[in-house]
Design a binder for this molecule. Structure first.
Ligand code: TRP
Ligand code: SF4
Length: 414
């Protein structure tokens, strides 16, 4: 790493930041999931310690009447994560309900989260209206975003890859963390410990931190705050000292819970077979693991530009869902061929569909190849989730030890 300041005594490399994201167990995934969320998860593995989990409790908040689906859906979905290239050697894959600390943190956060914060989350009223066939006037459903906040805060995740609809949940998470730190980050001897900690640092580091702190607190200079954060990460501090200094920069007590940032997943550029958003419930989805015959039939039946009634009528790719597939799957030369051939009626739609059908098939062949060992031995999926749940549990417990102590819940015999 290029590093021009020599102010710290500790290691100069920042600890790896972590990423956390979850999906409700909806079963086998489709290409919209892949080109939306999953392909992004796969690349994040190179830069961050990633935690990816199955949000089975979240599934119950809306589908509490069909618990029988959960176990099968978990395996089918996680096989598709693996098929996409999520690497269980590098990322921690786990099941939410196997890490009960999430529920404990949810409960503790619920003590200090105003009801109004939850009632005004946009998904709350929207989903109640959209899923009007279900009774969502439940306590669990109102608490959905707070459970999500617990999921995120318990790992101290810096980044949360989510779609646009979930950004308000990450915002709520930030507010909840701030309120928690404000209420429970006040150690009786905070000033003293902070002083000790500053004394242990090189004077240049202290000067740099003080300068950034006043730039942030007095003029709201968020770049200065970010500089301070990066410097703090490099100083090789113990966790409690890192939290104290982090809080001091903010003009507050200890930062027991750290505020995450959303990492906005671009909406998938891949619409469904009929041009609407790809969704299993619309019946317009291509599964990540459709077999070749199914895929061929789906693409053959795909509607094209309605203006191209006869082969001799010219068409406009902008009015055709096949073109959307070309935009994702084809190289420039093929796209040029489509543009020219469609608008001049030089090519027919059957011809035009062929290269995308082949490209999707190649992609699916790769998914199959990665999924195959797990389809043959599904117990290997369980094993990955079991190991991951144990690792996640250890990480979550570290946060809970501090949270319990801060909330007065550590009995004297501990
Ligand atoms: N609510 C998310 C969704 O519906 C799933 C989820 C639960 C999640 N907990 C999370 C996503 C924590 C990111 C982080 O897609
Ligand atoms: Fe669509 Fe291709 Fe047919 Fe044009 S030629 S209408 S882009 S399928």
């Amino acid at each position: 790493m290029h590093n021009s300041d020599h102010s710290g005594d500790g290691p100069n490399t920042a600890p790896v930041q972590s990423v956390l994201s979850g999906m409700r167990p909806t079963g086998a995934l489709h290409l919209g999931h892949y080109h939306g969320a999953l392909a992004n998860w796969v690349t994040l593995q190179d830069r961050y310690q990633c935690y990816f989990f199955v949000a089975d409790w979240h599934a119950l908040t809306t589908h509490y009447e069909s618990p029988e689906l959960i176990q099968k859906n978990i395996r089918d979905m996680v096989i598709d994560w693996l098929a996409a290239g999520i690497d269980p050697e590098r990322s921690v894959l786990f099941i939410q309900s196997q890490v009960p600390q999430h529920a404990e943190l949810h409960l503790l956060l619920s003590m200090c989260t105003p009801l109004s914060w939850l009632e005004r989350v946009p998904t709350y009223k929207d989903q109640q209206a959209n899923l009007s066939d279900k009774d969502l006037a439940t306590y669990g459903f109102l608490g959905y975003p707070l459970l999500q906040a617990a999921d995120i805060l318990i790992y101290g995740a810096s980044w949360v890859p989510v779609g646009e609809d979930q950004v308000p949940h990450v915002e709520l998470t930030r507010e909840v963390a701030r309120r928690f730190n404000h209420l429970f980050g006040r150690e009786p001897d905070f000033e003293h410990r902070l002083g000790q900690c500053l004394k242990g640092l090189a004077p240049e580091a202290v000067a740099a931190l003080k300068q950034s702190r006043s730039a942030w607190l007095e003029s709201g200079d968020s770049a200065a705050r970010e500089r301070a954060r990066i410097l703090l990460d490099r100083l090789g501090l113990s966790r409690p000292d890192r939290q104290r200094l982090g809080g001091w920069i903010e003009g507050a007590g200890r930062q027991l819970l750290s505020e995450p940032q959303p990492l906005l997943t671009e909406a998938s550029r891949l619409p469904g077979l009929d041009g609407r958003k790809m969704s299993k419930s619309y019946g317009n989805a291509i599964a990540m693991r459709d077999d070749a015959v199914e895929l061929e039939a789906k693409i053959r039946k795909m509607p094209t530009d309605p203006a191209r009634v006869r082969r001799s009528d010219p068409g406009n790719p902008e009015h055709c869902p096949v073109w959307d597939l070309h935009k994702v799957y084809s190289e420039q030369s093929t796209r040029d061929w489509v543009q020219a051939g469609c608008t001049s009626a030089g090519i027919g739609c059957i011809e035009c569909k062929k290269p995308v059908a082949e490209a999707v098939q190649r992609e699916q062949a790769l998914f199959y190849q990665r999924a195959e060992p797990f389809l043959k031995h599904p117990e290997r999926v369980d094993e990955i989730l079991k190991i991951g749940s144990k690792l996640a549990s250890e990480a979550a417990e570290q946060t809970m030890v501090q949270v319990r102590a801060a909330m007065g819940l550590s009995p004297r015999w501990i």
